[in-house]
Ligand binder design. Structure first.
Ligand SMILES: Cc1cc2nc3c(=O)[nH]c(=O)nc-3n(C[C@H](O)[C@H](O)[C@H](O)COP(=O)(O)O)c2cc1C
Length: 170
């Protein structure tokens, strides 16, 4: 798909059918995450694929926002392997995990797979539920699947600020 079409077509899907995400499509999505850039090429992302009823229940335990998606990715990062900004405490974990997640959410749109970025959950609770190692922090959950019949983007999807409100040429 044309990149501009991918960007336009992506929307947050809030109702999924039972149709599973095909293995090849899921692999293409994960590969797009693998190819994402990270600070100093540290590649500290950790991606967990959750598809069994037992694992999806763990998502439902922390958020109402799975919306019936048959696949969820949990995007985390290794806090012990991050870049630290000069003269600052800020580290790259969140931003590296974010660009990985962004690559994957756009790759999903390119594959015709619907998605939703979810942050309405307590990350520490999910880290415990999934038994993640102490050094890993969860950024987000990505719902993946196919929209249930009749599901459309919410009105928010067409509501964006004018470019002049967010961009300034200095
Ligand atoms: C960082 C981030 C967190 C979000 N968290 C949630 C969430 O927890 N639950 C949800 O239903 N949608 C969530 N969304 C989806 C947004 O509400 C949605 O992207 C926004 O309203 C624009 O709509 P669109 O994605 O259809 O264009 C999130 C989106 C982003 C980028």
């Amino acid at each position: 798909m044309e990149f501009s079409e991918v960007v336009k077509n992506r929307y947050s899907c809030k109702k999924y059918s039972d149709k599973k995400v095909e293995k090849e499509k899921l692999e293409a999505i994960l590969e797009a995450g693998r190819l994402a850039p990270t600070a100093k090429n540290l590649q500290e992302q950790k991606i967990y694929v959750l598809e069994t009823p037992e694992m999806l229940e763990k998502i439902d335990d922390v958020t109402p926002c799975r919306y019936g998606a048959p696949t969820c990715l949990v995007v985390a990062f290794d806090k012990d392997n991050v870049y630290t900004y000069p003269e600052s405490d800020r580290t790259s974990g969140i931003e590296d995990a974010t660009i990985v997640a962004t690559h994957m959410i756009l790759a999903a749109a390119n594959e015709g797979v619907d998605s939703c970025w979810v942050n309405f959950f307590n990350p520490e609770k999910l880290e415990k539920e999934l038994n993640l190692p102490q050094n890993e922090e969860i950024l987000m959950i990505m719902d993946l699947g196919y929209a249930a019949e009749g599901t459309k983007p919410l009105p928010n999807h067409d509501s964006r600020k004018d470019i002049n409100e967010t961009v300034k040429y200095l």
